[in-house]
Design a protein around this ligand. Structure first.
Ligand SMILES: Nc1nc2c(ncn2[C@@H]2O[C@H](COP(=O)(O)OP(=O)(O)OP(=O)(O)O)[C@@H](O)[C@H]2O)c(=O)[nH]1
Ligand SMILES: [Mg+2]
Length: 359
C-alpha cells in the first residue's frame, strides 16, 4: 500500500507543472477537470548497500502516489457537483501538497489581480473548513439523539466536536487547533480535510525569485504554522524532468539546483509528514516500506500485508547500521543485536524486520 499525497491549490497556479516536475508524467491540460495520478519510486541511499549484503536479485523501493487535483476556488464547497468532487479527492489522500503561485506573469490567467500567497492559503483553507464543518455538524446531529440517554462517552465526543466546531467558526483549520488525543479520536471517522498534514510548495519562475516578497510573506505565515515550504520552478523543472538523467543533472545545475524537485519534495515530505522507511529482506527481494512515525509493529506489518497485521505475533528487528557494520545477518545475531519485539514496538526508520504471524 503506497503513501498517497494530493496536490491542491487555486486554478492556474502551476499544480500540473509541479506534478510533472516531480513525477515526469508529462500530464497536460490547463483548466482540465480531471485528476491525474502517478506513482513515484522513493529514492533511498540504503537500498544499494543492503542489496549487496543480502545478495538480493530484486529491489522494490517504497512507492508514493501523487494525485494532481484540479483547482479549488472560493465557493467550491457551495458549488455542489464540481466542488464536492474535488473535495472528495482530498478525502482520499493521506497528506496534502499545497502549491502557491509566487511568480508574476500577466500572460498566465489567475483568479485575482495580484499575487498574494497569504490570501491564497486562506481561500483554500476556508473551502476545506466549510466542508469539514458540515461533516462535523452531521456527526453531531447523529449523536445528539443518542446523547439524550446520558451516555458519558457520547457526551465526551460531543464536547470534542463542539470544540472543533468553534475552531472552524473562528476560521481555524483543524490542523492548527492543537487538538488532543481525545479530540482527534472524536473526529477520526470524519476524515477531516483540514486535519491532513500540509507541505507547501512555492512555485517560482526562477531560483532568483526565492527571496522575493511573495516567498517572504509565505515563509512568515508558515513560521507560525511550523510548516515547511519547498521552492520549485514548476515550468522549467517540468521540462527538465522529461530529459535523460545525465542531461537533467546539467540543466538542474544551470538552474542552480543540486537535486531534482522530486528528490527535494520527497525529502521535505518525509520531514513534514514524519515518514519512516523500513525494510524486509531476503535472497529474492529487498522491499522498502513507508509508514508514519509512531506506527506500532502490527500496523507497520499491515503495510506489507493485511494478514500480517491481523495475525501478528512478533517482529524480529535489526537496524540497517548494525547490519552494515557487522556484515551479515548471522553476525548481527551473534552480537546479540537481533531483537524480538511485540505489538507495542514502534517501528523506526532503518529497521530491517521479519514479521511472524498466524496465517
Ligand atoms: N511564468 C511561469 N509560468 C508558469 C510556472 N509554472 C506554471 N506556469 C504556467 O502557468 C500555466 C498554468 O500552469 P498549470 O501547471 O497548468 O497550472 P494548474 O494549477 O495545474 O492549473 P489548473 O489545473 O487549470 O488549475 C501554464 O501555462 C504553465 O506553463 C512558472 O513557474 N512560471
Ligand atoms: Mg492542472
Amino acid at each position: 500500500m503506497s503513501f498517497v499525497c494530493g496536490i491542491i491549490g487555486l486554478p492556474g497556479i502551476g499544480k500540473t507543472s509541479i506534478f510533472n516536475a516531480i513525477t515526469a508524467a508529462g500530464a497536460s491540460g490547463f483548466g482540465k477537470d480531471e485528476a491525474y495520478r502517478a506513482t513515484l519510486q522513493v529514492p533511498d541511499r540504503r537500498i544499494e548497500p543492503l542489496a549487496k549484503i543480502c545478495n538480493t536479485l530484486k529491489t522494490v523501493p517504497a512507492q508514493m502516489e501523487v494525485v494532481d487535483i484540479p483547482g479549488l476556488k472560493a465557493g467550491s464547497t457551495a458549488d455542489g457537483g464540481r466542488g464536492s468532487k474535488l473535495l472528495a479527492h482530498i478525502k482520499d489522500v493521506e497528506a496534502i501538497i499545497h502549491v502557491i503561485r509566487c511568480f508574476e506573469d500577466a500572460n498566465i490567467p489567475y483568479e485575482y489581480n495580484a499575487i498574494n500567497p497569504v490570501r491564497d492559503i486562506e481561500t483554500v483553507d476556508l473551502e476545506m473548513i466549510v466542508a469539514d464543518a458540515q461533516t462535523v455538524r452531521n456527526k453531531m446531529d447523529r449523536l445528539a439523539k443518542k446523547a439524550r440517554t446520558g451516555d458519558v462517552d457520547i457526551r465526551r465526543i460531543l464536547a470534542s466536536l463542539e470544540k472543533v466546531t468553534s475552531g472552524f467558526d473562528s476560521g481555524l483549520p483543524a490542523r492548527k487547533m492543537n487538538l488532543n488525543d481525545r479530540d482527534i479520536a472524536a473526529v477520526y471517522d470524519c476524515n477531516l480535510l483540514s486535519l491532513k498534514p500540509v507541505l507547501y510548495v512555492a512555485n517560482l519562475r526562477s531560483p532568483a525569485d526565492s527571496a522575493n516578497a511573495h516567498v517572504a510573506a509565505l515563509r512568515k505565515l508558515l513560521e507560525e504554522e511550523k510548516a515547511e515550504v519547498a521552492l520549485v520552478c514548476g515550468r522549467d523543472e517540468a521540462e527538465i524532468a522529461q530529459l535523460d538523467p545525465a542531461d537533467q543533472k546539467v540543466f538542474l545545475t544551470e538552474l542552480g539546483m543540486e537535486e531534482s524537485s522530486m528528490e527535494r519534495l520527497i525529502r521535505a515530505a518525509y520531514r513534514t509528514l514524519g515518514l519512516v522507511n523500513f525494510f524486509t529482506t531476503g535472497s529474492k527481494e529487498l522491499h522498502v516500506w513507508t509508514c508514519r512515525q509512531g506506527t506500532k509493529a502490527p500496523q507497520a506489518a499491515g503495510k506489507i500485508h493485511s494478514d500480517m497485521e491481523q495475525g501478528f505475533i512478533r517482529m524480529e528487528v535489526m537496524t540497517y547500521d548494525d547490519l552494515i557494520e557487522l556484515g551479515s545477518e548471522a553476525a548481527v545475531g551473534r552480537a546479540g543485536k537481533l531483537r524480538i519485539e511485540g505489538k507495542d514496538y514502534v517501528v523506526k526508520d532503518g529497521d530491517i524486520v521479519e514479521v511472524r504471524f498466524n496465517k
